[in-house]
Design a protein around this ligand. Structure first.
Ligand code: PEP
Ligand code: MG
Length: 324
C-alpha cells in the first residue's frame, strides 16, 4: 500500500471525475516542511505558530519569528503557506505572560482576544510575517474569530504595520490573502456576512465540534458527543463553503476531520476546496480521492444534511463509497 501511495507523491490531487482539490499539511515548526514535501503536500494549510512562543521564558523576537516564517516560505517555494497568528490560551499556556487562571479557559481570554488587547505582542508577529511575505506565497489567518469587529480590528492592525514597514523602506508582498479560522459556531452561522470581508475561510473542526456540541475536546467522559459527522456539524460546514463560494472565495479545513476517511467523501461533495492534515495522511487521502466522484457525492448533499444522527451519516457514506 505504501508503494502505491508513494507513486502519487508528485501527482496533482484529482478526483475520479477530474476535479482538483488541494491537499495541504498542518505544521508546527520549519523542521516539519521536509515531511510535507516528502509526502507530496501541495501547500501548508495551517502553520501553528504557538511553538515559537512555547517552551521558553520570554516572547520570541521579531527576528526569530522572521527567520522561522521565511524558512518555511522558502522551503515551500511558490506553494501556498497559511500561517495562523498566535493561538495561545485554552489548552496552550504561556507561563511568562502570567495570565490569571480562568474557570473556563476554552471560553476565555485566548487567541485573537488576547492578541487584540496585547497588540504589543501581536504587532511584532504581524511585522515578522509581513517582512517574510516576500520569500514565498504567504497567506495569513486569524484564530478564534467570533465577530466581524474582531476580524476588522485584526486586519486593520495588519494594514497599519504594512504601511509602517513600507514607510521604513522595507519590502512587503504587494498582495497577501487574509482569512480567518471558522471554529466558533457564531461565525459559521453568519458565514455569508464574513465571506464578504475575508479572502478565505479555514474550518477548524477540532474547536468547532467542541463548541457546537458543548463537549470538551479533551474530556473522555463526554467524548461520545464529539461527533464530526453529526448533521449539525455538517450543516455548519456546508454553510461556510456555500458562503465562501457565493462571494468568490475559497474554503479549506485544517481540523483533524480534513484527513478522515469517512469525512473526505462528505467534504468533497460539499465542495471543500482545500484539505489540510498531518503530512502522513496526504498520500492516503490522494489515493482515496482518485476513486471518488465529486459530482456523484454532491448529489447526496441534501440527503446527508437532512439525516438525524451521526450513525446514519456514517452508514450511508460507507455504503456509497464501498468502505467496510
Ligand atoms: C482546530 O480548532 O480545528 C484547529 C485546527 O486548531 P487547534 O487544533 O490548534 O485548536
Ligand atoms: Mg482551534
Amino acid at each position: 500500500k505504501k508503494k502505491e501511495w508513494a507513486k502519487l507523491k508528485d501527482d496533482p490531487t484529482k478526483t475520479a471525475d477530474g476535479e482538483h482539490v488541494e491537499l495541504a499539511a498542518n505544521i508546527g515548526t520549519p523542521e516539519d516542511v521536509a515531511g510535507v514535501l516528502n509526502n507530496g503536500g501541495e501547500g501548508v494549510g495551517l502553520y501553528r505558530t504557538e511553538f515559537l512562543y512555547m517552551g521558553k521564558n520570554q516572547l520570541p523576537t521579531e527576528e526569530e519569528q522572521f527567520d522561522a516564517y521565511s524558512s518555511v516560505l522558502k522551503q515551500m517555494g511558490d506553494k501556498p503557506v497559511v500561517v495562523r497568528t498566535l493561538d495561545i490560551g485554552g489548552d496552550k499556556e504561556l507561563d511568562y505572560l502570567d495570565l490569571p487562571k480562568e474557570m473556563n479557559p476554552f471560553l476565555g481570554y485566548r487567541a485573537i482576544r488576547l492578541c487584540l488587547e496585547r497588540d504589543d505582542i501581536f504587532r511584532v508577529q504581524l511585522r515578522a510575517l509581513l517582512r517574510a511575505s516576500v520569500h514565498g506565497n504567504l497567506k495569513i489567518m486569524f484564530p478564534m474569530i467570533a465577530t466581524l469587529d474582531e476580524f476588522r480590528q485584526a486586519k486593520a492592525m495588519l494594514e497599519e504595520e504594512k504601511q509602517k514597514l513600507i514607510e521604513e523602506g522595507q519590502d512587503v508582498a504587494e498582495s497577501l490573502e487574509v482569512g480567518m479560522m471558522v471554529e466558533i459556531p457564531a461565525t459559521a452561522v453568519i458565514a455569508r456576512q464574513f465571506a464578504k470581508e475575508v479572502d478565505f475561510f479555514s474550518i477548524g473542526t477540532n474547536d468547532l465540534i467542541q463548541y457546537t456540541m458543548a463537549a470538551d475536546r479533551m474530556n473522555e467522559r463526554v467524548s461520545y458527543l464529539y461527533q464530526p459527522y453529526n448533521p449539525a456539524i455538517l450543516g455548519l460546514i456546508n454553510n461556510v463553503i456555500e458562503a465562501a463560494h457565493a462571494e468568490g472565495k475559497w474554503a479549506g479545513m485544517c481540523g483533524e476531520m480534513a484527513g478522515d476517511e469517512i469525512a473526505i467523501p462528505i467534504l468533497l461533495g460539499l465542495g471543500l476546496d482545500e484539505f489540510s492534515m498531518s503530512a502522513t495522511s496526504i498520500l492516503p487521502a490522494r489515493t482515496q480521492l482518485k476513486e471518488l466522484s465529486k459530482q456523484e457525492l454532491a448529489g447526496f448533499k441534501d440527503e446527508i444534511l437532512s439525516m438525524g444522527t451521526s450513525e446514519e451519516v456514517v452508514a450511508f457514506v460507507k455504503e456509497k463509497t464501498n468502505q467496510t
